[in-house]
Design a binder for this molecule. Sequence first.
Ligand code: DC
Length: 224
Amino acid sequence: MIPVITLDGPGGSGKGTIARLLADRLGWHLLDSGALYRLTALAARRAGIDPEDEARVTELARTLPVAFEVGEDGTPRILLDGREVGSELRTEQCGADASRVAAMPAVREALLERQRAFRQPPGLVADGRDMGTVVFPDAPLKIFLTASLEERARRRYNQLKEQGVSANIHSLLQELADRDERDANRKVAPLRPAADAIVLDSTELGIDEVLQRILDLARERELA
Ligand code: DC
């Protein structure tokens, strides 16, 4: 069985960064499942499709012409229709649209097999909201990463500032709170820890400490 480490949690908890570093350290593949929901939302917007039109958005999700590549400098590149979409994908608008399309059961179903196909030797680190509960329920190590809302908003704010994007900490906090609410209360695959997940609160922890704890757990379970 190909091992999977699932990393679920709310937006801004540091999952994305930790997942990438973890996959690098282990030499495993990486699934950024949020990117698939963001890509679906972006493709809908570009095609002029109403993000609430479940049938048409589902069709898009099923046929999404997307490629995940690694650039010459080692950074991941995401292509939609052959064109790089990295920065557009990370906007708050795209995140909010993604959270809407992600609430539709048929869209989630359409993306399920695509996500499972990332499980390739020697292993996979899967980052998302329902990796441990729905997509990889048999994963041998499940982490649920949280942090306080204020800390997550502060991290998002700093991240955007570093990218030269202007942001307002109060509206970021509100957007994160709205998205948490939508992700946690939707009917299908709501954001919650799997029964066998280990919950890590990173409010007071640095990236290196979180990474080290997960690597220790992986070693304890003889995955690494
Ligand atoms: O992790 P992210 O911010 O890129 O995710 C964008 C949105 O996609 C988020 O609001 C919830 C949704 N999502 C989901 O429902 N299930 C996943 N496995 C990953 C993301």
